[in-house]
Design a binder for this molecule. Structure first.
Ligand code: URA
Length: 235
């Protein structure tokens, strides 16, 4: 891997800034000063130091984002801003992608990583990873809706959903609920409410697996997962 890419991954700045670090003579590979930032290094077998400090290379990063409305859960889009566009250079360079999709108008917990294996496991239909959503619903959500979701409801394409858990927070012309589902069909929450004759008017994902959205993250903000959170997710 190119030295400038490796150091950018490790948070040493933009490629331009790293080029300058090399020119300034503070970057050392296997004990030798390296002036050329495009040099190829093998982080598994070679040692890299910046300003006399060894650089611990890591391959993967894991970001928890509070996805804002109006942004697409993809790495690129011709018309709209994507979640990847919201990342700082030091995270962007890791080539992360969103683990699963939230609709453009859905907010909340979105995991971004470049760890394809973990992403695959979290998304695997066989793993039944729970996802909990908060939603505002037009119409009075009832205990009968909860019973229907517990049994599984038939979506517009004939698919019958797995049992899901509904918690009614408030009932009225607009109701507030939490729903936990164990699969991730396209527009699943919206279509489940359509199946019982109601409309989702606001949707936010609160958790994935046992990991909750950090309440300190404003929409559009993100942070790296801690080691403990990563362990929770891997479990
Ligand atoms: N269900 C939906 O309908 N939309 C989402 O974004 C996520 C789950």
């Amino acid at each position: 891997m190119r030295l400038d890419k490796l150091l950018a991954h490790m948070g040493f700045g933009t490629r331009k800034e790293i080029k300058k670090l090399c020119r300034d003579g503070v970057v050392v590979v296997d004990g030798k000063q390296v002036k050329d930032a495009s040099l190829h290094v093998d982080p598994q077998t070679q040692t890299v130091e910046v300003d006399g400090m060894p650089v611990e290379y890591r391959e993967f990063i894991y970001l928890m984002m509070n996805k804002p409305q109006g942004v697409i859960s993809a790495t690129e889009d011709r018309h709209d801003e994507t979640v990847v566009d919201l990342l700082a250079e030091q995270h962007y360079v890791f080539d992360v992608f969103p683990v699963g999709r939230l609709d453009k108008d859905t907010e909340g917990f979105l995991l971004l990583t470049n760890d394809g294996k973990l992403a695959h496991e979290l998304l695997s239909p066989r793993k039944h990873v729970p996802k909990t959503y908060f939603a505002r619903i037009e119409g009075r959500v009832t205990e009968e809706d909860g019973e229907a979701f517990k049994k599984g409801v038939k979506l517009d394409d004939g698919y019958v959903t797995l049992p899901a858990e509904l918690e009614i927070i408030s009932q009225g012309a607009i109701s507030e609920i939490q729903l936990t589902i164990y699969e991730g069909k396209f527009h699943q929450v919206k279509r489940m409410f359509e199946a019982v004759g109601k409309k989702v008017i606001y949707l936010k994902r609160l958790s994935m697996g046992e990991l909750q959205l950090d309440p300190d993250l404003e929409p559009g903000e993100y942070r790296e997962l801690t080691e403990e959170e990563l362990d929770v997710l891997r479990r």
